[in-house]
Design a protein around this ligand. Structure first.
Ligand SMILES: C[S@@+](CC[C@H](N)C(=O)[O-])C[C@H]1O[C@@H](n2cnc3c(N)ncnc32)[C@H](O)[C@@H]1O
Length: 207
């Protein structure tokens, strides 16, 4: 698994070098799509009270920028396996309520955890191996978000002729089922926002 994430880190470090701190630099096609994804993930947040949040695969910190325009009382931890990404994020956002660390698991748990785009690029891994990695990483997100977590994934309902060998396309129904059985009874599947992907929100009932 370490090798697999090492290759992922190299892949994204190269993207950042080639395209800079832009959506293309984290392998997105557009800022519009990047923000549309953030809008889905942010639905897991209850912002009526101060909250803490971790962002697994934070890239150059774009989700922190998105949150800071919408919320004022929150603490944020961004984690990424690419050191070049966390360095770029820390330079962009030297804010007191944000920290950025090189890690594949947040150093402490928060109220919420999100992950945008971390399951997409599987490089040379077989689907079965990558699916194991996805399942293990969902356990990481579950530990990281005490009140809930959210993630996105490319969809197996994509047009066949546009699907790529190096990308992973998850089955939204199976991942919904897994989350419902393993993590919480309160799970939402969002597959209506016009991208070839879906977002799952897992809310954990509070005592
Ligand atoms: C598609 S980019 C998206 C970046 C950011 N979430 C955004 O939307 O702007 C995915 C990022 O996740 C990082 N990454 C992939 N898998 C990871 C993992 N298991 N743990 C931490 N970082 C990961 C990559 O290095 C890359 O920077």
């Amino acid at each position: 698994m370490a090798d697999l994430l090492g290759d992922v880190a190299k892949y994204y470090t190269e993207k950042l070098r080639a395209h800079g701190e832009t959506p293309n630099g984290v392998d997105w096609n557009s800022e519009e799509g990047q923000v549309l994804r953030f809008e889905q993930l942010a639905k897991v947040i209850d912002g009526s009270v101060p909250f803490s949040i971790s962002d697994l695969g934070c890239g150059y910190g774009a989700f922190y920028g998105y949150l800071s325009k919408r919320f004022s009382r929150f603490a944020y931890i961004g984690c990424d396996v690419s050191e070049a990404m966390t360095e770029a994020a820390a330079r962009r956002f030297p804010d007191a309520n944000a920290k950025f660390v090189v890690a594949a698991e947040p150093p402490e748990s928060c109220d919420f955890a999100v992950a945008s785009g971390i399951f997409n690029v599987k490089l040379g891994s077989a689907d079965a191996e990558w699916l194991k990695h996805v399942h293990a990483t969902l356990d990481v997100l579950d530990r990281a978000g005490k009140r809930g977590f959210a993630f996105n994934c490319l969809t197996s309902y994509s047009d066949k002729e546009r699907m790529r060998e190096d990308l992973f396309y998850g089955d939204p129904c199976r991942l919904f089922d897994l989350c419902k059985r393993r993590y919480s009874k309160q799970v939402a599947l969002l597959h209506d926002y016009g991208l070839y992907e879906f977002t799952i929100l897992v809310r954990k009932p509070q005592p």
